[in-house]
Design a protein around this ligand. Structure first.
Ligand code: ADP
Ligand code: MG
Length: 257
């Protein structure tokens, strides 16, 4: 299919003599939530950085709506594990900062957008708080809101919940899925956590150990549906799929996880 929204065309990546990504072909549809799952050090972050334009493939191309991606721009917004907020800006100020280059918006529209995104992440009451006065989970929500407010069409998330405690993490997973479905943003979410991938994604792409290559693709939505609630996690279909994916990882990637 040549009409994929985001397309990896024979991507490889080497750092010096070290192959990190081997021949990768992948197509992602507009609005799809794809999880990249694979062992630590296999090349997931490298792939993500190439989509974001922070790195370039050694061979092959990454196409967004048929055009090769260049350097970083606000169409592709990245959210990392540790949130780099500006400590001298409030929560609202950090979200507004994401819109600094948006010449397409008036001052009033930007104010409205800050308010809308604060509501979306449920942090209206913290608009005037500074990042060092809110929890890690709240800071990650601010990072997501800032990226959305910047007008990003593609969300690139690299283990964004990796540093959070289990309960906060679960809550943010539910929230992210709700926001992503509501905003219809194409999302690539990197994780090495099988349950996180199964809970969040429409499709899971499993990578081998380094050099990363696609070893399996799992259509999660076909199995679990679009709606994801915490109840889902306790049911049989979720449990079965999680076990299947774990099995795949053990046997296909050579990872003893
Ligand atoms: N800039 C770089 N120069 C050299 N080696 C790198 C560089 N970035 C990543 N690597 C190596 O590439 C491999 C894959 O890294 P990475 O993409 O971060 O894996 P993952 O995110 O799956 O844990 C690792 O062995 C890492 O040490
Ligand atoms: Mg990584």
């Amino acid at each position: 299919m040549s009409d994929a929204y985001l397309r990896f065309e024979s991507i490889t990546k080497q750092f010096g003599p070290v192959p990190v990504v081997s021949e990768t072909e992948l197509e992602i549809a507009r609005g799809e939530f794809v999880a990249f799952l694979g062992p630590s050090g296999c090349g997931k972050t490298t792939l993500m950085r190439m989509v974001g334009g922070l790195d370039t493939p050694s061979t092959g191309r990454i196409l967004l709506e048929g055009r090769p991606v260049g350097g970083p721009d606000r169409r592709r917004g990245m959210v990392f594990q540790s949130y780099s907020s500006f400590p001298w800006l409030t929560v609202a100020g950090n979200i507004a900062f994401g819109m600094r280059y948006r010449d397409d918006m008036s001052r009033a529209e930007k104010q409205e957008s800050v308010a809308r995104h604060l509501a979306l992440i449920g942090l209206e009451a913290f608009a005037d708080s500074y990042p060092n006065r809110i929890s890690g989970g709240m800071r990650q929500r601010v990072a997501i809101a800032r990226t959305l407010a910047a007008g990003s069409e593609v969300l690139l998330m690299d283990e964004p919940f990796g540093a959070l405690d289990a309960l906060t993490r679960e809550r943010l997973q539910v929230e992210l899925r709700r926001i992503q479905t509501h905003e219809a943003k194409t999302t690539i979410f990197v994780t090495h956590d099988v349950e996180e991938a199964v809970f969040l994604a429409d499709r899971i792409v499993v990578f081998s150990q380094r050099p990363a290559r696609v070893v399996a693709e799992i259509d999660v939505t076909a199995r679990l549906g679009v709606e994801r609630s915490l109840d889902l996690r306790e049911g049989r279909p979720f449990f079965d799929l999680r076990n299947e994916v774990l099995h795949l990882i053990r046997h296909e990637t050579g990872d003893p996880q």
